[in-house]
Design a protein around this ligand. Structure first.
Ligand SMILES: [Cu+2]
Length: 164
């Protein structure tokens, strides 16, 4: 008799848990799609702008999202900006441009000698510490160009140009 009573309570208890679980699942199913549909595009954009390109910019201290320059025909990237523990940054660290845009890397003259070397061999500049030195490249092919400075790569002196 007592055994039956305990069994019944146990059954009621698990039924209540099952009901709560069903309710939680139901409300979760009801709110999740609406949240995705109302803010989905914005969330995706924010995530895309903050991505670190497979970890490429994960240790680059001045990286704060991709700078949009798709309306520009020419874009300047500073070589030797303050970042990564000294004048060891490219600024902006990541920029998005349109196909055919000329990217002009311009040296500050700080942080010793720098260069600009793409990981896929698309471009490679001279290595110099001369203030005002420039290296230009018109990027025609769409894609994600990762590049670095040879002497300071390990410090996080890296950049990305996204060509669309
Ligand atoms: Cu450098």
């Amino acid at each position: 008799m007592h055994g039956d009573s305990r069994s019944r309570r146990a059954f009621v208890g698990s039924a209540a848990v099952a009901t709560l679980t069903a309710l939680a699942g139901c409300s979760g199913g009801g709110t999740t799609p609406s949240q995705e549909s109302s803010g989905g595009a914005e969330s995706a954009d924010a995530a895309a702008s903050k991505r670190d390109f497979g970890g490429w910019l994960g240790a680059t201290t001045n990286y704060d999202g991709v700078v949009e320059e798709t309306d520009a025909s020419e874009v300047e990237v500073t070589v030797g900006s303050q970042a990564n523990g000294g004048a060891y940054g490219f600024s902006p660290a990541a920029v998005r441009v349109s196909s055919g845009t000329t990217v002009v890397w311009t040296w500050t003259g700080k942080g010793n000698a720098h260069d600009v070397v793409s990981t896929d061999g698309s471009f490679a500049s001279e290595r110099t510490g001369k203030k005002g030195h420039t290296f230009s490249r018109a990027l025609e092919d769409a894609g994600t160009y990762k590049y670095y400075c040879s002497p300071h790569r390990a410090m996080g002196m890296k950049g990305v140009v996204v060509v669309e």
